[in-house]
Unconditional design. Structure first.
Length: 411
């Protein structure tokens, strides 16, 4: 047996199900019918006026006119609540006119037909709470309740019915105001969730773009250098050329692995691997390398080590591709804090004796992506001209202080 879903799921623009349709306008006939059903189910409380007409206490003319007025009241109530509930902005003029007509109908029918029709004021109060802004509803709902109390005191001399309706009239209207505020909050939360998802997707695209640039830029530069070197060696030094071709194959295979890891989000280079790769790249380009590394840096978290490794790769790639340098100096070490505002940090400095950037030169995609990566790790990046005319890149990331040894417990 197939079960009929009583609350059909709303669908997002991409076709996926949305389990929280509250606050969304109906998008098709089925959703409109569901909303109309949930609004109309509360009309069951109009049993008192219907029973008053069915009992035959009134003449045919009064019954016909009262029935026509009741139908007009129900139709106007459904229109206002269906089209204006959960709709932001100031209502149109027809909304105020319809609410005024409903109030007049409730007054006339209650005053002329009998006290059983006082319940219409409750529906007017609910419609006002659903259709009007909160600032206007806080005055309209008590005003409608006051009219109910006045008319009830007039038509119900025994005071049997209208006290039972005063509280529902007041609370029903303000309950709709609260529901409108709740729905508005849910809509804002849904929009915020969509914004967060969009920002997360944008951040992931930026991460992928940075990784692919750093990975392919370095690897392709090394492949180009080794290809040119193998081409120059081929006529007279075939064995050396074959060695360069083998290096090209190794670099290309490693680049393929790195790209796959970057796409999967698992790529996190290490300083040791990047230092070895930097030596090989600089040697292939005919650039002398001086690398000063004091060994493992205590307190350097893996994500911050990965950021420094990316900085080293980007800096060496720029030296190989653009600097025309003969010497590249890499310095990596820890910088102690001063015990105050300055925290201990790991610092990477890469400088060369090449031509340096020209006047008015702006950072490219590599340096821009590197700055974003280091900033996410809590560090900073700075660039400047070297003293001998080359280029210097300096990247700094904070270190995690080592926990203090607990003092021994003495008896």
């Amino acid at each position: 047996m197939k079960l009929v879903e009583p609350f059909p799921q709303w669908r997002r623009p991409d076709g996926t199900a949305d389990d929280s349709p509250i606050g969304r306008p109906p998008e098709n006939r089925r959703q409109a019918m569901v909303k109309l059903l949930w609004i109309g189910v509360w009309l069951l409380y109009l049993g008192a006026p219907v029973s008053d007409l069915a009992d035959g206490h009134h003449g045919p003319l009064v019954t016909a006119v009262a029935a026509t007025g009741l139908v007009a009241f129900v139709v106007s109530y459904l229109i206002v609540v269906f089209f204006r509930s959960n709709t932001p902005g100031k209502p149109e003029r027809w909304v105020y006119g319809t609410l005024g007509a409903e109030t007049a109908l409730a007054f006339v029918l209650s005053a002329t037909v009998g006290k059983a029709w006082l319940v219409l004021f409750v529906y007017v109060s609910v419609a006002a709470g659903a259709a009007l802004p909160a600032v206007e509803s806080r005055f309209a709902v008590p005003g409608i309740t006051a009219v109910l109390a006045a008319v009830g005191a007039w038509v119900d001399s025994a005071s049997e019915l209208y006290p039972v309706l005063v509280i529902p009239c007041l609370l029903g209207g303000f309950a709709m105001v609260g529901i409108k505020q709740l729905v508005r909050t849910m809509v804002e939360l849904r929009e915020a969730r969509e914004t967060v998802a969009h920002l997360a997707a944008t951040e992931e695209r930026l991460r992928l773009a940075r990784d692919l640039h750093d990975l392919l830029g370095h690897s392709l530069s090394l492949i180009t250098l080794k290809s040119e070197l193998a081409g120059r060696m081929l006529p007279g030094r075939p064995l050396d050329a074959a060695e360069q071709v083998a290096d090209i194959e190794r670099v290309s295979r490693q680049a393929l692995v790195d790209v796959r890891e970057a796409v999967s989000g698992y790529r996190r280079p290490t300083l040791a691997a990047e230092i070895a790769s930097a030596r090989s790249a600089l040697a292939s380009a005919g650039i002398k390398a001086r690398i000063h590394h004091s060994g493992e840096i205590a307190g350097l978290a893996p994500d911050r080590e990965g950021a420094l490794a990316w900085a080293l790769r980007e800096a060496v790639t720029n030296v190989v591709r653009h600097s025309e340098a003969t010497l590249c100096v890499v310095a990596l070490g820890a910088q102690a804090g001063d015990g105050g505002r300055e925290r201990p940090a790991a610092t990477l400095t890469v400088s060369d004796d090449g031509r340096g950037p020209g006047p008015g030169h702006s950072p490219g995609n590599g340096l821009t992506g590197l700055s974003e990566r280091i900033m996410l790790a809590g560090g900073t990046v700075s660039t400047s001209r070297a003293g001998d005319g080359g280029f210097t890149l300096r990247a700094t990331v904070p270190l995690t202080p080592a926990p203090a040894d607990p003092s021994p417990i003495r008896d």
